[in-house]
Design a protein around this ligand. Structure first.
Ligand SMILES: [Zn+2]
Length: 372
């Protein structure tokens, strides 16, 4: 998992006159069959000018042997920044597909990762009980543990008063003083964590009692961010935590699906930074103005695509309206639109629920929220 400050650090790194290789490669189990990902990497290398290839020969060799030896540890995609001359090697394993690319330049290519940070939702998880709390971040289908907050019971060491003196009286009778100190600290530290990591969605986990005490202390603006609760054992491994929270996230995102479709249609009808239908959507994709693409699962629209510049339309044209080159018939323009969206790091939301899907199909099966 990567963070904004990792990317900023990478951008500040002094490469001077050295070249840095930036690689984005899909390495899902399917890609790993017959080592397809490896041939794709080799093709990306071949596509580079010879002079460029030789300037980063060491890095290319290093990456190639890495791709062969480390494949068991891969997730869906891989990002590598390598500069042997400056002894830089950065690797990120992601659980999403990426637009594949190999870039050799004097600076690392980071904009794709910055876009992922901007477009994908992060989920904070707090696993709390009376004495401890563990904090996790779930992002792009992956989980990271960020820390433990622990409070030993040491009577007489805490000062009464202040914040606690103001706490609700009725509630005070039901909760042990030290638990309260602990939870107050958890709320503070978790709040800082949410701000620091720019997290807008939360899941609270733990025994019911600890959760309800915690809920009494969480400020309202943080409560609004909670999307679900889970019962998780306090010593659970991070993989176990992920297994418990992923269904909650899926459920939440599914309910968002309905909202998304309604909002898209309403806003498109009002001309409010949204469009529906394949032709309008393609138009804004070409202008790189799409923030989020919304498509109906398994829906297809036939049309024509220019092989030269990528122009696509449902209109029966013989020549490209942009560059005049030949156009090819396409069985599914939605696929083309998705490709374009991924390429510009727009979010892509696939509507799966049948009712919402049908509603979107009435409006062309595709639409987009625009950046401006
Ligand atoms: Zn064209």
């Amino acid at each position: 998992m990567f963070e904004r400050k990792d990317l900023e650090r990478l951008e500040k790194f002094r490469f001077e006159d050295a070249f840095v290789v930036s690689l984005f490669l899909n390495v899902s189990p399917q890609e790993r069959k017959k080592q397809a990902y490896l041939s794709k990497f080799k093709n990306l290398v071949k596509a580079l000018p010879e002079k460029t290839q030789s300037s980063v020969k060491e890095d290319i060799e290093k990456i190639e042997s890495f791709l062969q030896s480390e494949r068991e540890s891969f997730k869906k995609s891989l990002v590598i920044y390598s500069c042997s001359k400056k002894e830089l090697w950065v690797r990120y394993d992601l659980n999403v597909e990426l637009k594949e690319d190999l870039i050799v330049d004097r600076t690392p290519y980071t904009s794709l990762l910055f876009d992922l940070l901007d477009n994908y939702q992060k989920y904070g998880v707090v696993l709390v009980d009376k004495r401890t709390a563990r904090v996790f971040l779930v992002f792009l289908g992956d989980i990271e543990e960020y820390g433990v907050i622990e409070h030993e019971d040491v009577p007489g060491k805490h000062k009464k008063g202040g914040w606690f003196a103001l706490a609700e009286k009725r509630y005070e009778r039901h909760i042990d003083y030290h638990v309260k100190i602990h939870l107050k600290d958890v709320v503070d530290k978790f709040g800082d964590f949410l701000k620091d990591k720019e997290i807008r969605r939360l899941i609270v986990a733990g025994p019911d009692e600890a959760i309800s005490h915690l809920m009494n202390m969480i400020p309202d603006e943080v409560k609004l961010k909670i999307v679900g609760r889970a019962n998780i054992e306090k010593h659970a491994s991070k993989e176990e935590v992920l297994k418990k929270v992923l269904p909650i996230i899926e459920e939440y995102e599914k309910s968002k699906e309905k909202e998304t479709v309604s909002e898209l249609i309403t806003r498109a009808l009002k001309n409010d930074n949204s469009v529906t239908g394949i032709d309008d959507t393609l138009k804004y994709l070409r202008e790189r103005r799409v923030m989020k693409l919304v498509i109906a699962k398994d829906y297809e629209v036939e049309g024509f695509v220019c092989e030269n510049c990528g122009f696509a339309t449902t209109q029966p044209v013989e020549c490209c309206m942009e560059c005049g080159d030949c156009v090819m018939k396409s069985d599914n323009l939605l696929e083309k639109a998705t490709e374009m969206a991924i390429e510009q790091s727009a979010l892509v939301e696939v509507v799966k629920d049948e009712k919402d899907r049908q509603r979107l199909i009435e409006y062309g099966g595709i639409g987009a929220f625009l950046r401006f």
